[in-house]
Design a protein. Structure first.
Lengths: 182, 1007
């Protein structure tokens, strides 16, 4: 920025071909330069400076927001991947599908429980929304995993799963007898 | 293998040939194809590679494939511990093809192709290997035992001529057998036709038996091994007074006709009819006479005279008036043969022995009317006399010389029987030199062998061949446990008393512990069958079998080894009858679990003399008769109370023939009245085809009253017959209340404990016979379901359990036995989830039904039962060839689909095949034939997996079965030592490595 200002100044003054003026106070401050030299067309140093200043400030917060949104949207982004995995795993009950389903269930639960920790570093006015999205995403994942469990038949949703707890009916009447003895 | 001649042929064809190899002995069993290798370390693959084995295997498979079931079974140590190769006719075909393919190149180039040949064979056998449980030779008799019986003696004779001495007997159960005179063991046994009887037995060069009903079979048997020598048969007029005699190679048959005696003669060996004559005998007209054959002479007596004639020359009857012997009987006397030469004339009060000579009968001796007389054959001329002395419970044996009629003192002896006394008769006697012996037959069906002079050397309890009802009872807990029980069980005890009791029981515990540790006391299970060892074991496998016989005797049998622990005589007790078959209701009134109180069983029957009801209560562990009560009424129906009283006694409710209600024992009346509102009883009058249900709800506070609440009348038809009425086992428990379908919904079972199955048969002009089956609720009288089988008839065997019913019947059209199977479901929801009441239940169950062809007739069948009802059910079926089959109920499941769909496969239902298999490895009695099975009793053990089975009939067979395999028990060959060694090794290894690791870490820290 300083260099551009210098080159602009040297262009405007054509008296000496070149001169080194170390004593000049013109260069002591940027303000002086801007006063003495006209800015190139379309150049607004204040605007640039302000913008640069604000963009610098905005950049880090934007990154944080971006990052935090990334974090919040992570679970939702996993959904298609999980869907694909689930489709590939099939409904048979064997060790790998079971491991996958286990992971599918455990991961969202784990991340739900560590949500406070995950959002600790993140500040800002969007935290609530992010947390909400994060929560929704995880719940969506859990729902997917449960659906998978259901389609694999791991959930006790059928009446046959409760058959073992069905008590025998109590007998009200007692009967005896047979063919008459002679 | 013993069987009737007809069956034997069949069995021989089913029997597999035995395969022998040098280093592994192979055994064939009667079941058809079980070959157990004795050498357990022997590898199965080399065995199959050996060309000799493979060769025999091949021929066997081809032989078998001619029949519908083909198989070859090999047991080996691989595959856990047993391997069975099972193949069918298809395999035989494949085997043949494989062999031709393989053997083609063999002839061309030898080396290479013979290898291929072996590989092919090995592969062929390997693909049919399936794991099935079968038996090693050393397991025979480990969990099972068999006892063989022959029944009450009808004829007996000594065989002193052939090499080994033996006793030849023919029994009332139509069995011929040879007994060892030293031990009483059966040397050989021939079981003849059922429901017929031996009419005559003659011991000559061979043993000749005349047996049968309208068709009489004359058979000769080799005396040494019991093999059939020859056989012929003839038709005969039925007559209770027909007599047979064998003399000089001829068989005579004497039948009284009206006013005549017809004597037919046959050549003994060929059956050639030598003609028959009719002898005029006008004195037979009124029927007031009695005849006996003495040798080849027929002797008859009327009230006034003797008549006799020789069968051989056939002259007219000679007559001697009875008055010439100073006999003036008031009624017609009874004649009985006394050996080959003499006969006795029995009058009230006395009997006279006559020797038959050429000039007619000659009186030689007088004896008391009750004495049993027998003259020995051969030339010893001695007649033995046996007198029963019930007062001193002894038998008096004496001898009389036939020549002089005088008693011979040296042969007299007194046999004191004590409590086992029962009147006996002499059936066979022999004298060789100066030593005599006799075979006695008791009224209680015992067979005893007596040395004369001397004592009884052995006794066979043949009453066990006629068991009517059995019960398997838990043994009591040990004294120590009993002490603990009584500590809590007693009602009145102060604090001090309680403390004292606790201290003494703990001192006892310490004592027992110390003794066990020091090895002074053997654990209860391993010691012998003494009274002290009759203590409940950990798994509840050791029990007491109580068996009541039709011979008026009850037995207690140890179930592990089959020893008789006790026997009680029931002198006046006679069984009740249902139709023609005897029944004895046997109930456990109080089990052995309530220690201060004695366990109690009760049997109901009738008095031999009055015909009125008789109840006997006894203690089932020691065999003590506690009371024998004449009831004073005729028992019509009986049931046990469902709930015990304060003293843990579950009494009986008895309905008499006047439809009055009684309680037995009378003390339990109050308890019965208390429960009367929920008690129902039904009874059947088969002759009328009527069923009636009674309620006791109208009982007053003093009296039990039965009110008829329903009546069911079977439709009238020609020859209508109630074939079977079967309720459910009241001790049965059903664990699973529904059946899981493929879509994982539940079909709830219709478990109605009051359901009874009624099967009746009527004859019909177009269909010959029709079987009707009704499922009736015994409380409300509602017909829940019914089915009809056209052209089907008895014999019917029914098993009714849980929510299913299986019965066998004979299909007349196809001439085969079939099994019909029914299953009842409530549907996908339950009408009442907590209680089942027949009165309020309006559910019409969904019924699944199916019929199966069974490739054999069925003698009797029963379902297995376990403690909690978790284990799957099997059917135990007794087949007429002496096999006991264990058929999983799954095979007769009515839901077996004809078209196999994926759903059904998920459900685990086998696809329908019309014919049921009889796999040889499902024959639970392997080669131990069980003859003429009449009943099967099943009882739960303490282990849920195991069911105890007692099969009774002519023989007794006990085994324990595990329908769902022994899932709660370690196998016999479980290697405790190896497991312990491995665990110990691991512990030591972990300690050692810990130390090593610590050292290494320390060394590294110093570096």
């Amino acid at each position: 920025m300083r260099e551009t200002a210098t080159s602009g100044a040297s262009k405007s003054q054509k008296k000496p071909r070149w001169a080194l003026d170390f004593g000049s106070t013109r260069f002591k401050s940027d303000n002086a330069c801007s006063v003495s030299l006209p800015s190139p067309p379309g150049y607004n140093p204040s605007a640039v400076q302000v913008h640069a200043e604000s963009s610098k400030e905005n950049d880090s917060s934007h990154l944080i927001i971006k990052k935090s949104w990334d974090l919040a949207l992570g679970p939702i982004k996993q959904v298609p991947m999980n869907l694909f995995l689930m489709y590939m795993a099939g409904n048979s009950i064997s060790i790998f599908p079971i491991m996958m389903v286990g992971m599918l269930i455990i991961r969202p639960f784990k991340s739900l429980f560590t949500m406070q920790q995950a959002f600790k570093v993140i500040e800002g006015n969007q935290v609530i929304g992010q947390k909400f999205v994060y929560l929704i995403g995880n719940i969506l994942n859990i729902a997917l995993a449960l659906y998978k469990c259901h389609s694999m038949g791991l959930l006790p949703t059928h009446s046959s799963d409760w058959l073992a707890f069905v008590e025998p009916q109590q007998r009200i009447e007692y009967l005896g007898g047979g063919i008459s003895f002679t | 293998m013993e069987s009737t001649p007809g069956q034997r042929q069949h069995q021989q064809s089913v029997q597999t040939r035995l395969f022998y190899r040098e280093n592994s002995q192979l055994y064939g069993s009667t079941a058809g194809a079980e070959i157990a290798t004795r050498n357990q370390h022997h590898n199965i693959i080399p065995a199959l590679k050996s060309s000799s084995i493979v060769g025999s295997g091949k021929s066997e498979l081809r032989d078998e494939s001619h029949r519908s079931i083909g198989f070859a079974v090999l047991c080996g140590p691989a595959c856990g511990s047993r391997i069975v190769v099972v193949g069918g006719p298809l395999i035989g075909l494949i085997a043949g093809m494989a062999l031709t393919v393989a053997s083609g190149p063999v002839s061309k180039s030898s080396d290479m192709c013979s290898k291929g040949y072996y590989i092919l064979w090995t592969l062929f056998f390997l693909q049919f290997f399936t794991c099935v449980s079968c038996l090693f030779e050393d397991q025979i008799g480990k969990f099972d035992w068999r006892q063989r019986y022959i029944g009450k003696i009808r004829f007996a004779a000594f065989d002193a001529v052939s090499g080994t001495r033996k006793i030849l007997v023919a029994t009332e159960q139509n069995v011929l057998a040879a007994l060892h005179p030293k031990s009483g063991n059966i040397l050989w046994q021939q079981v003849l036709e059922k429901d017929e009887s031996v009419q005559h037995m003659h011991v000559g060069k061979e043993l000749v038996s005349v047996s049968g009903g309208p068709r009489v079979h004359v058979r000769a048997w080799d005396k040494t091994n019991g093999l059939l020598a020859w056989e012929w048969s003839l038709s005969q007029q039925q007559s209770a007074r027909a007599r047979w005699a064998v003399d000089k190679g001829r068989l005579y048959h004497v039948v009284p006709l009206d006013g005549q005696l017809e004597v037919s003669a046959f050549s003994l060996e060929s059956g050639f009819d030598l003609g028959s004559r009719r002898l005029a005998a006008p004195w037979t007209a009124g029927g007031a006479y009695d005849c006996v054959l003495v040798g080849a002479t027929v002797v008859c007596v009327t009230q006034h005279s003797f008549y006799w004639t020789s069968l051989a020359d056939g002259g007219a009857f000679a007559e001697v008036p009875l008055a010439s012997f100073d006999l003036t009987p008031a009624a017609v006397p009874v004649l009985s043969g006394v050996g080959e030469l003499a006969f006795s004339l029995r009058l009230p009060g006395k009997q006279t022995v006559f020797l038959m000579g050429d000039k007619g009968p000659r009186a030689i001796h007088e004896a008391s009317a009750t004495a049993s007389l027998l003259a020995t054959p051969f030339d010893s001329n001695i007649m033995f006399k046996l007198e029963n002395k019930p007062d001193s419970s002894a038998l008096q044996v004496s001898a009389v010389s036939l020549n002089t009629g005088v008693e011979v003192d040296e042969y007299s002896s007194t046999l004191i029987l004590g409590s086992k006394f029962s009147p006996c008769t002499l059936t066979a006697a022999i004298c060789i030199k100066d030593e005599c012996a006799a075979v006695l037959s008791g009224d209680d069906h015992t067979i005893s062998f007596v040395n004369i002079p001397g004592q009884i050397t052995w006794t066979r309890e043949e009453a066990l061949a006629s068991i009517i009802s059995t019960e398997i009872i838990d043994l009591p807990v040990s004294d120590l446990d009993a002490a603990i029980e009584s500590e809590f069980g007693s009602k009145q005890a102060g604090i001090v008393g309680m403390v004292m009791r606790r201290l003494t029981s703990q001192v006892m515990q310490i004592k027992v512990l110390a003794q066990t540790v020091l090895g002074l006391v053997q654990p209860a299970s391993s010691s012998g069958p003494s009274r002290a060892s009759l203590i409940r074991d950990t798994f509840g496998l050791h029990k007491m079998i109580v068996a009541v016989t039709s011979a008026g005797k009850a037995f207690g049998i140890d179930n592990l080894r089959g020893e008789l622990i006790w026997q009680i005589q029931l002198p006046r007790f006679a069984p009740l009858h249902v139709g023609k078959s005897p029944v004895v209701p046997l109930y456990v009134l109080r089990t052995t679990s309530h220690v201060p109180f004695t366990p109690l069983c009760a049997i109901l029957g009738k008095d031999r003399l009055t015909g009125e009801g008789l109840a006997v209560a006894f203690e089932p562990i020691k065999g003590l008769v506690l009371s024998s009560d004449a009831l004073g009424y005729k028992v019509q129906q009986v049931m046990q109370l469902p709930h015990p009283d304060d003293e843990f006694l579950r009494g009986l409710v008895v309905l008499d023939d006047q439809l009055k209600v009684h309680a037995y024992p009378p003390e339990s009346k109050a308890n019965a009245i208390k429960q009367a509102a929920s008690l129902y009883m039904f009874t059947t009058w088969p002759a009328k085809g009527t069923f009636a249900g009674f309620s006791f709800a109208h009982s007053t506070k003093q009296d039990l009253v039965a009110t008829k609440v329903w009546e069911l009348q079977l439709p009238d038809g020609p020859d209508r017959e109630v074939v079977a009425v079967v309720g459910k086992n009241p001790t049965e428990r059903v664990n699973s209340q529904g059946r899981v379908l493929a879509d994982r919904s539940v079909m709830y079972k219709y478990i109605n404990p009051n359901l009874i199955a009624i099967i009746s048969q009527v004859s019909d002009s177009s269909h010959k016979y029709i079987l009707n089956m009704y499922l009736v609720d015994g409380v409300s009288g509602a017909v829940v379901h019914s089915a009809t089988h056209k052209r089907a008839r008895a014999p019917v065997n029914v098993v009714h359990s849980e929510n299913w019913l299986v019965y066998s019947y004979f299909n007349e059209k196809m001439r085969r036995t079939e099994l019909a199977s029914f299953e009842l479901y409530e549907g996908k929801s339950r009408s009442n989830t907590t209680a089942f009441s027949s009165k309020s239940n309006s559910v019409r169950p969904l019924v699944e039904q199916q019929a199966y062809i069974f490739p054999s007739t069925v003698d009797t069948m029963k379902e297995t039962i376990t403690e909690k009802g978790i284990t799957s059910k099997h059917l135990i079926m007794a087949l007429p060839n002496g096999n006991i089959l264990e058929l999983p109920w799954m095979f007769v499941d009515p839901r077996r689909p004809t078209v196999q769909t994926g759903e059904m496969r998920d459900e685990g239902v086998i696809p329908y095949t019309p014919e049921l298999p009889i796999p040889p490895d499902a024959i639970i009695n392997y080669n131990q034939t069980v003859n003429r099975v009449r009943g099967i009793h099943t009882a739960p053990s303490g282990l849920e997996s195991t069911c105890l089975v007692l099969v009774y009939g002519l023989d007794l067979f006990y085994i324990r079965v595990a329908p769902s395999k022994a899932f709660d028990l370690l196998k016999d060959d479980f290697d405790h030592f190896l497991i312990a060694a491995v665990l110990l090794g691991l512990v030591i290894a972990s300690y050692v490595t810990k130390k090593l690791a610590a050292r290494k870490a320390r060394n590294q820290a110093w570096k």
